[in-house]
Design a protein around this ligand. Structure first.
Ligand code: S3P
Length: 167
């Protein structure tokens, strides 16, 4: 593997953490979940950061955490779904990693996130929220080096595709 890091991006519910853990296991690299790093740095869970200080504050912490994480090597990094919104974050990711975008259909995503209480951006009618955010972000993941649809594929096959693509 010629790359310093493998960076997993994609909308909420596309399987970044699940695939990331399996990939880290296969390569013997460290798994880093950017959302967990944000929670550690802040000492509080993501919904609380949003409710107490708002999305803009969350995004500033997220950018700082990404800049820190991307200094590392031999890491499989799962990014939050909105981490790609800031151009500076996209540059950090591309500079120091192979960027893999995981995709999934609206139905798959709604099914995967429906019962989740930990995603502040999906409060209310989940299907409507997911559809609106997907529309807003429809080009945000385009900068990835590789795109993999996760609707039908078993986790291990996704992992194999990434390993093969990474060379
Ligand atoms: C967000 C996605 C979440 C988390 C936060 C905001 C987003 O991460 O970072 O709730 O803006 O899409 P996951 O994609 O891991 O759920």
């Amino acid at each position: 593997m010629d790359y310093n890091n493998v960076v997993l991006i994609g909308f909420m519910g596309t399987g970044k953490s699940t695939v990331g853990l399996a990939l880290a296991d296969k390569l013997g690299w460290r798994f880093v979940d950017a959302d967990r790093e944000i929670e550690q740095k802040e000492g509080r869970p993501i919904p609380q950061i949003f409710s107490e200080d708002g999305e803009e504050y969350f995004r500033s912490v997220e950018s700082a955490v990404i800049a820190e994480i991307m200094q590392g090597r031999r890491q499989i990094i799962s990014m939050g779904g909105g981490a790609v919104l800031a151009p500076v974050n996209r540059e950090e990711m591309s500079r120091n990693g192979l960027v893999i975008a995981l995709t999934a259909s609206l139905q798959t995503i709604v099914q995967r996130v429906r019962t989740d209480q930990n995603r502040p951006l999906l409060q209310g009618n989940v299907e409507e929220r997911v559809a609106a955010l997907m529309e807003q972000r429809k080009n945000a993941y385009d900068f990835a080096d590789i795109h993999i649809n996760t609707d039908e594929l078993p986790v291990q096959e996704i992992v194999d595709q990434i390993v093969e693509a990474a060379g």
